[in-house]
Design a protein around this ligand. Structure first.
Ligand code: PLP
Length: 312
């Protein structure tokens, strides 16, 4: 996938522009399209797809919304480097690398698992490296302590001053950036469904929705009940308190992060066949499956407009 991408502006040996946030061509508000989905239509429920996957070819989905205000803040503070954290398949690491390349920041990715250091990079890390991200692999014990002052100080010592983004990119500015998603859906949806990893997107989305609309976050990790506290904490940091109507559904993780089940595969393949939309498996498939399951349970009154956020 990365190999077919068009060259980026800073390719070809020209030095990266000085960090400023001349945003790359982004498509916002993202398109909203209604589809005829039998799994919902059977219950009189309407389905709209909020195509955040079309925001930018490299800064896909919610990742651009989460990074936008952070890039502004980093530039305003005079930083030239972004440093962040993630697992070997992290979409956030990849998006941060692309954002750095496009907006003129150097990037450092701290990757969980030092056993990966000597091995060939997987496609996700290879894409991040191709965008110029310097990768540092750390052992799992140290990785768990990444937010501790000494660990962070050692990293900054090795890589130089940097604007630090948390794992998954969810902080107060990320949540604020995602409030636009709720605003864009005002008047068009009664329920908004979004997949949750860290919950930053849900925190912002719910805050941006008008009163009366509800956001439902579908946890893709096993044991997603930590999300209730995390989303509340992010809303507090971003907006000063709890905002909007939202809740977390943790029944549709299908075994946990990046796990799948035959049932989920059948559902996602059928959705793709019917709507011509490749369904991203780690997050989006679980959310869509959960929406169909809730409709079957009678969770939505006939006539309800459900907007499903296609985050990737
Ligand atoms: C990162 C990601 C999410 C989860 O976002 P959070 O703000 O961490 O909850 C959802 N969908 C896709 C495709 C993602 O890459």
């Amino acid at each position: 996938m990365a190999a077919a991408d068009p060259p980026l502006p800073s390719d070809g040996g020209t030095p990266a522009p000085s960090p400023g946030v001349a945003p790359p061509a982004v498509r916002l508000p993202s398109p909203l399209v209604e589809v005829e989905e039998p799994a919902l239509a059977r219950y009189g429920v309407r389905l709209l797809l909020k195509r955040d996957d079309l925001i930018h070819p490299r800064l896909v989905g919610n990742k651009y919304r989460k990074l936008r205000l952070n890039l502004d803040a980093a530039a305003a503070a005079g930083h030239r480097t972004l440093l962040t954290f993630g697992g070997a398949y992290s979409n956030h690491l990849r998006a941060t690398a692309a954002a750095g390349r496009l907006c003129g920041f150097a990037t450092v990715g701290v990757v969980r698992g030092d056993e990966l250091a000597g091995r060939p990079l997987n496609p996700s890390l290879a894409a991040a490296a191709a965008d110029g991200m310097r990768l540092e692999f750390v052992d799992r014990a140290t990785y768990r302590r990444k937010a501790e002052p000494e660990v962070l100080a050692a990293l900054l010592d090795r890589h130089g001053p940097a604007y630090v983004l948390p794992e998954g990119g969810s902080n107060a500015l990320a949540a604020r950036g995602c409030a636009d998603l709720g605003r864009e859906l005002a008047g068009a949806a009664d329920v908004v469904a979004v997949a949750c990893g860290t919950g930053g997107t849900l925190a912002g989305l719910a805050a941006g929705l008008p009163a009366g609309a509800e956001a439902i976050g579908f946890a893709v990790l096993r044991g997603g009940s930590f999300l209730d506290a995390d989303v509340a904490r992010l809303q507090h940091a971003a907006f000063g308190g709890r905002r909007g109507r939202w809740r977390v559904e943790d029944r549709f993780h299908h075994g946990g992060y990046a796990r799948t089940t035959p049932d989920l595969e059948v559902f996602a393949d059928a959705f793709t066949a019917l709507h011509g939309l490749p369904v991203e498996r780690v997050y989006v498939a679980k959310m869509l499956y959960g929406v169909a399951a809730l409709a079957r349970e009678g969770a939505f009154a006939p006539g309800t407009r459900v907007a499903a956020v296609i985050t990737g």
